[in-house]
Design a protein around this ligand. Structure first.
Ligand SMILES: *Cc1c(COP(=O)(O)O)cnc(C)c1O
Length: 351
C-alpha cells in the first residue's frame, strides 16, 4: 500500500489465475488449456504477419476477425465485438452493461472473476445458489436485477444449461442484459448465439483460449444486438483503441476459418473426456456431468486438498478451490491420452 494510490485500489481483491509453472516436465491439467496446438493454418497466418508491417498500428476494429466470426455464426459484423481475451470483453460488459442500481445476479459457484469485476467497477451483486445437483436454478433468477451472467457450461462444474432454459431466463428478464459466457461451449453445448436475433437483451461471449488452442494469443469476442455491441465499443475506444495486434487478428481469423482442424481437436478432447470420466468413476470418484474440456470430481472418502497435493508430488497439477460447497472437488483439465493416463496412474499411486 502507498499514499500514491487512488483510494479505491486499497480495497481491490484481484483475481488469482491458476499456476503457470516454470517447470516443463509437469502434467499441466490446471487451467483448461487445450492439449493440442493451434490450427497449423492459423500459425502460418501469424508467421506471415511477422514483417515490416508491424511498424504500423493494427486495424483498431479488427474487421478481418469480426467478419470471420460473423461468417462462422451467420450474423452481421455489427453484432460482433472482439477484445484482448474474453476477460477483457467481460470487463467491458461489466462496466458498460451491468452498472445499474439493481444488483447483478450470478451463481454462487461460478467463474471467480465475476465478483472481482464487481469490485473493480463498484457493482452490487447477489449470488443464486446452484441446486443440489450443482445445476443452475433458472427460477432463482426471477428477482429484481440489473443483469444476469453465468458461464455455459458453468465453471468450474462443467454442467450445461439447455437453450430452452436460457430462453426462459431471457423472457423472464426482458429489461436486463443476460450475458452467457461460452468459454467452453464448443466441447458439448449449442451456442446461444442462435438466439441473438430474437433477444435484444442477450450477449454471448466466447474465447479462443480453450477450444481454439490460443490462450497465449489473448483473443475473445462477444455477439449480440448492435446496441449492446455499441456500448462495448464505446468503452473499448475510451480505454485502448488497439486491444488486438496484427498477429492476433490474423491468427484468430484463420482459427475461425479452419473448421476442420477445430472440429477434429474438439472431438478428440470430448472422446478423452468420456474415457477419463469412466476411469475416474472406476476409481470411486463422483464426476459431475461435463460438457466442457475439464471435469469436476470428488471422492467420497478422500480429501480433495490431500489428493491435489498427492498429485502434485507426482508431477500432475490440477485445480482445487477452497470455496464453500466445492472444497471437496478437484477441477481437472482433459489432456492428451498420455497426460490423462499419467493422471490416472498418479491417482492410483496415492495411498
Ligand atoms: C477461461 C475463461 C474465460 C477467459 O478466457 P480468456 O479469453 O482467456 O480471457 C472466461 N470465462 C470463463 C468461464 C473461462 O473459463
Amino acid at each position: 500500500m502507498s499514499k500514491f494510490w487512488s483510494p479505491f485500489v486499497k480495497n481491490l481483491v484481484p483475481y488469482v489465475p491458476g499456476e503457470q509453472p516454470k517447470l516443463t516436465n509437469l502434467v499441466k491439467l490446471n487451467t483448461n488449456e487445450n492439449p493440442y496446438g493451434p490450427s497449423p493454418k492459423a500459425i502460418a497466418a501469424m508467421q506471415a504477419e511477422l514483417n515490416d508491417s508491424l511498424r504500423l498500428y493494427p486495424d483498431p476494429n479488427g474487421e478481418r476477425l469480426k467478419r470471420a466470426v460473423a461468417d462462422y455464426y451467420g450474423v452481421q459484423p455489427a453484432q460482433v465485438f472482439v477484445g484482448n481475451g474474453s476477460d477483457e470483453v467481460l470487463a467491458h460488459a461489466f462496466y458498460g452493461l451491468f452498472q445499474h442500481s439493481k444488483p447483478l445476479l450470478f451463481p454462487d459457484v461460478t467463474y471467480s472473476f465475476y465478483p472481482v469485476y464487481c469490485g473493480l467497477y463498484g457493482i452490487a451483486y447477489e449470488t443464486i445458489a446452484l441446486d443440489d445437483e450443482f445445476q443452475i436454478d433458472v427460477a432463482g433468477y426471477s428477482r429484481p436485477n440489473g443483469g444476469i451472467i453465468f458461464p455455459n457450461p458453468n465453471a468450474p462444474t462443467g454442467c450445461l444449461l439447455a437453450l430452452d432454459a436460457i430462453e426462459r431466463l431471457l423472457q423472464a428478464n426482458p429489461d436486463s442484459v443476460v450475458l452467457v459466457d461460452e468459454a467452453y461451449i464448443d466441447f458439448g453445448g449449442t451456442s446461444a448465439i442462435a438466439l441473438v436475433d430474437r433477444y435484444p437483451n442477450l450477449l454471448v461471449t466466447q474465447t479462443l483460449s480453450k477450444s481454439r488452442s490460443l490462450a497465449g494469443l489473448r483473443v475473445g469476442l462477444a455477439v449480440g444486438h448492435p446496441d449492446l455491441i455499441e456500448a462495448l465499443e464505446r468503452i473499448k475506444n475510451s480505454f485502448n483503441s488497439y486491444p488486438l495486434d496484427r498477429i492476433a487478428i490474423a491468427g484468430a481469423a484463420v482459427a475461425f476459418e479452419d473448421r476442420v482442424y477445430f472440429e477434429q481437436t474438439c472431438q478428440q478432447v470430448v472422446a478423452s473426456r468420456e474415457a477419463v470420466v469412466s476411469a475416474m468413476q472406476g476409481l470411486g470418484f463422483q464426476v459431475l456431468p461435463s460438457a466442457a474440456n475439464f471435469i469436476f470430481a470428488r471422492h467420497p472418502q478422500r480429501d480433495a486438498a490431500a489428493l491435489a497435493a498427492g498429485l502434485r508430488e507426482q508431477g500432475v497439477i490440477v485445480r482445487h478451490f477452497k470455496h464453500p460447497r466445492i472444497e471437496q472437488f478437484l477441477r481437472i483439465t482433459i489432456g492428451t491420452p498420455e497426460q490423462n493416463q499419467a493422471l490416472l496412474d498418479a491417482l492410483k499411486g496415492i495411498g
